[in-house]
Design a protein around this ligand. Structure first.
Ligand code: PEP
Ligand code: MN
Length: 337
């Protein structure tokens, strides 16, 4: 349920509404727009059944929010959010580029990649230290040693660092090294991990599950926000369909759908969607046109030597070309990087 205040409502009016809500043991969330204030209610709204909130001076109307996600809901927060990762914003007006290898393999390749992607325009260095591989015999990641490498490389190049966490144990270690946590597709509904990430207060990028609906994805975001961490960025990375020509099917419609249902920023990962290097540039451009707030792209100094996801990784030169080609699309979308 949301309470929409009249444009001329005074602060005392808003305070009275908040008091009425909190006195029933419910939470009140304020969204202060240019014109109106919206008070969102989280909790069992039947407790307010006899309260006649519409009679409180300054209240314009009361609407029910039927979706189970509230704090991630655009109705609670009509203005699009900007998430700040240190001094780096992700949201309206920005096209945040995150780039780096699928897996952190050694310190030298992280240093080389960091310098190359920074020069091309990236704001974030990515790289997996805990790899959720389909086969238990595939390279599983360097864990804490890898985190040390990505942190040093990010600092040397002046890049923020994002790394996936796959377990509570990984989270405990990663919080000491990274600027942003990544929850991968395979863990989108690992609710214990989502809750703990919600208590961590470090910004989180939440990837869409392999076969998750948008509703399930937004409810996963709600798990994080409801534990106290509002800094969630969504990432569309393709979903599993019958089509075999690409690794997954990039659901570009998710971008405008998320825009209409949520205030959270949404970025696109065309690398894990396509699985094929040659399709990444057109999908990246289409993502910007669809309204994405950023892109996550796999880049490797030697894709043919990569320990994971080589076929979808761009060379430094290909990434630099892509960034150059993205500029006019970003300009049209009024976004900078
Ligand atoms: C990744 O970004 O390294 C990754 C494993 O992606 P996803 O969770 O989208 O498969
Ligand atoms: Mn990968």
């Amino acid at each position: 349920m949301i309470i929409i205040m009249k444009p001329q409502a005074a602060k005392e009016n808003v305070d009275a509404v908040v008091r009425a809500i909190t006195s029933k043991g419910l939470q009140a969330h304020l969204s202060q727009g240019d014109q109106v204030t919206i008070v969102g209610v989280v909790g069992d709204k039947t407790r307010l059944m006899h309260d006649n909130l519409e009679l409180i001076p300054g209240v314009d109307k009361i609407l029910s929010v039927t979706e189970t996600y509230k704090l991630a809901n655009k109705k609670f927060h009509p203005q699009d959010s900007t998430i700040h990762v240190g001094d780096t914003p992700i949201g309206p007006g920005q096209l945040t580029l995150m780039a780096g290898p699928c897996a952190i393999e050694n310190e030298e390749m992280m240093m080389q990649t960091a310098m190359a992607v920074k020069a091309a325009g990236a704001a974030f260095l990515r790289g997996g230290a805990y790899k959720p591989r389909t086969s238990p015999y595939a390279f599983q990641g360097l864990e804490e040693e890898g985190l040390r490498y990505i942190r040093r490389a990010g600092d040397a190049a002046g890049l923020k660092v994002i790394c996936e966490v796959t377990s509570l144990k990984a989270l405990e270690t990663a919080v000491r090294y990274v600027d942003m946590l990544q929850i991968g597709a395979r863990n989108m509904q690992n609710f214990e991990l989502l809750k703990e990430v919600g208590r961590s207060r470090i910004p989180v990028m939440l990837k869409r599950g392999l076969s998750a609906t948008i509703d399930e994805w937004l409810n996963a975001a709600e798990y994080i926000i409801s534990e106290g961490n509002p800094d969630v960025v969504l990432c569309e990375r393709g979903i599993r369909t019958y089509e075999k020509a690409t690794r997954n099917t990039l659901d570009l419609s998710a971008v405008p759908v998320i825009r209409s249902k949520s205030h959270l920023p949404v970025i696109v990962d065309p690398s894990h969607a396509a699985g094929v290097r040659g399709y990444i540039a057109p999908l990246a451009k289409a993502s910007v046109a669809a309204g994405a707030d950023g892109l996550m792209i796999e880049v490797h100094p030697c894709p043919s030597c990569a320990l994971s996801d080589g076929p979808q990784s761009l060379t430094f030169e290909q990434f630099e070309t892509l960034c150059r080609e993205l500029k006019p699309y970003a300009d049209l979308a009024q976004r900078t990087f």
